[in-house]
Design a protein around this ligand. Sequence first.
Ligand code: IMP
Length: 428
Amino acid sequence: MSNIVIVGTQWGDEGKGKVVDLLAEKADHVVRFQGGNNAGHTMIVEGEQFISHLIPSGIIQKKVCYIGNGVVVDPTVLLEEIDTLSSRGIDLSPKMLRLSEKAHVIMPYHKSIDNARELKKGDKKIGTTGRGIGPCYEDKATRRGIRFCDFKEMDLFKEKVRSIMEEKNFYLEKFFGTDTLDTEAIIDEYVEIAKKLLPYITDTSVEVGDGIKKGDNVLFEGAQGTHLDIEHGTYPYVTSSSTVSGNACCGSGVGPKDIHGVVGIVKAYTTRVGEGPFVTELFDEIGTAIQKKGAEFGATTGRKRRCGWFDMVILRNSARLNGLTDLAITKLDVLDDLKEIKICTSYKYNGESIENFPASIKTLENCEPVYETMPGWEEDITGVRKFEDLPENAQKYLKRLEELSETRISIVSVGPDREETMVLNDLM
Ligand code: IMP
């Protein structure tokens, strides 16, 4: 038995979907534990592309997938995703997809508030995905959320929605000056949605726990990245959930003794979508070249991702925060054409060297990267399947990342397809 957590180490979009899909082959269960449809996971199998926002990537490998209690779920998006993936021959019957009764429901007012708030903030906006994630977690924390177990008691559900919407409509109209929402129309819509989702709703903690007792392998699939974590990220430019490995336990209802490894997904360079400080960001033609070659557009919003050099301050931070046991390096091939490659090993702030990621946004905004430069390999590596067959400079780059992060590299990805991968150490 081996239960592994997969987390993003940077600002999301590291290519977790591909690694989960790969490791899911040996898993019996795949569990999402936080975030919502702000995530976008792209998997390419034999040239065919699959994108999921809520359903764990393991579904492509025909594994039983769970949406844990820590996830916030837009039920309309979930139903659409079930329909789209089913129409492509993937089994999404309730025996394959299980939805936690404790997961919170994203309601239409969460989306309205998310967008109205961003609009009101103007150039101080967070750059959210506009999917209602923050407002839904907010209601969870203030104990006004709707959970999927409420779909089993529709009278109570209606009562709750009517009472909450009085306040939400007041807020939308009086504070943001935007349109209010029709409470009864929302209730009618959700009554229909609830009927469709009822067969999926269950106690996922019990089901995953039973699997663990039997000795099954469980993969916990994180969304976003460590530096978007509500506790440890570049606050307030973060998402509203905890994205680090510790939350795999809380967000799926398992204990820490059942976790045996934590794989950090690391892009061979750095990207970020949305606002917030980014010390190694490139504003030159190299940044543009990486953006183009890496097809760096958000899978959820289609926004261009900001690109920059590898930031070891960030990876060291992630290694500690997540207790990383292994690294999976993705998109190494995107660096194929570069003459030189840089790794930021520390920051300079007010003439002083900074080794640890600062909490203050103001400090971060004024940090300068200190780089170590390595020669590029200037060769196409997409066909390479063994570490020893990589060009010498690519091997040196990877070894240096391993050395500086003090974490072993177990997977290297050199292209989007499942096949374009090297597994250096077996993980499950
Ligand atoms: P929210 O999660 O929609 O509230 O957005 C908050 C911040 O997290 C924004 O900067 C988003 O761009 C970012 N974000 C949320 N989900 C993802 C993701 O899956 N990948 C990358 N960035 C994300």
